[in-house]
Design a protein around this ligand. Structure first.
Ligand code: AVJ
Length: 325
């Protein structure tokens, strides 16, 4: 499970109460290309569906990244002497364990800071990890990483900041740079930044990963509409939308859309009715694919430099190690 915002319970005593989400959704649906943030995929059901995606034969990123982490973390941790792991979007903590194991093996690890938007989610994960890693302090930070990091005041250094899963690919370049610059600002000399990035490759292979034969990705995509129904009291009919995912070879990114299969009108309490024409789409996600040059450009704009770049020779996926420039 990924890293962006899991939505908070939006209904209080039967009344919809999520003004920030409502404003963001209103702006997105008023744009010429209707757009919703991929952070709204991840309610309970959406997180489960994403977990299912990561196990699909077509979806190569998760298992490739895990193999890279298993291969590189022990050596990297030895080199860095990391005392704290700060993880942006803590997810299911499955990959975190690979890093935590490597940190424990050096005997230097003191603190783990999982950052996630869902307080319930991180505090559950924290409780499990405290039991599993006795002697490790686990101090969750509750934050939407698109906005802030909300780090604890005292972090033993050197710290490793980790942002895995190629979730950076969900952000348009200006927002990606802002996010990386926020990480850079939290880093001290000697700290490092570890980021997973999906790399440019054969278009058919990329498109297959977002159009799986079992239709899990399609259900994941449509689930966003159920999240809006639940959180905002909207009346989307998910069955009236088709899943569309394609690779844009100019922008180097997958785009996921929900395409309306008929003329329809959607109601969201507090907003004027929304007309959606047959064939019109709502963009629900971009998933940018990188190469070394494009990562170097993002890093440079954020005050970081690439220090190491371990990749998988068979399935292009990268683990980038960044340092303050
Ligand atoms: C969690 C954002 C990395 O972009 O590949 C998977 C989400 N969307 N299938 C990705 C996703 C469709 C995933 N990230």
């Amino acid at each position: 499970m990924p890293n962006l915002a899991r939505t908070r319970a939006g209904r209080v005593a039967g009344r919809v109460h999520n003004p920030r989400m409502l404003a963001e959704v209103a702006a997105g649906l008023a744009a010429p290309q209707k757009e919703l943030s991929p952070k709204y995929f991840y309610d309970q059901r959406g997180s489960e569906l994403f977990e299912e995606i990561t196990r699909l034969p077509e979806y190569y990123p998760t298992r490739t990244e895990r193999a890279l982490l298993e291969g590189w973390m022990p050596e990297l941790m030895q080199q860095l002497g990391t005392r704290s792991l700060v993880e942006l979007g803590a997810g299911s903590a499955e990959k975190s364990r690979i890093i935590l194991d490597a940190m424990r093996a050096t005997g230097l690890g003191e603190l783990y800071v999982p950052i996630d938007v869902s307080a319930t989610f991180v505090s559950q994960t924290a409780a499990v990890l405290r039991r599993e890693y006795p002697g490790l302090m686990v101090e969750p930070a509750i934050a939407d990483i698109a906005e802030e990091l909300n780090l604890p005041r005292r972090i033993p250094r050197p710290a490793l900041f980790a942002f895995l899963g190629s979730t950076i690919g969900n952000f348009y370049p200006p927002a990606a740079i802002r996010l990386l610059a926020r990480v850079r600002a939290a880093m001290e000399p000697g700290d490092r930044f570890l980021m997973g990035v999906d790399l440019r490759k054969d278009v058919a292979r990329i498109e297959a990963a977002y159009n799986d034969s079992e239709g899990v990705t399609a259900e994941f995509n449509r689930n966003m509409l159920l999240v809006l129904n639940h959180e905002l009291g909207a009346d989307f009919d998910p069955e009236a939308f088709e899943h569309l995912a394609f690779y844009d070879t100019v922008a180097h990114r997958v785009e996921m859309h929900l395409v309306s299969s008929r003329d329809q009108r959607v109601t969201i309490p507090g907003l004027p009715p929304i007309a959606i024409a047959k064939g019109e789409s709502i963009r629900t996600e971009i998933s940018t694919k990188y190469d070394r040059q494009s990562v170097a450009e993002l890093f440079e704009a954020a005050g970081l430099r690439i220090e190491a770049w371990p990749t998988d020779p068979t399935t292009p996926f990268g683990l980038v190690v960044g340092a303050p420039a």
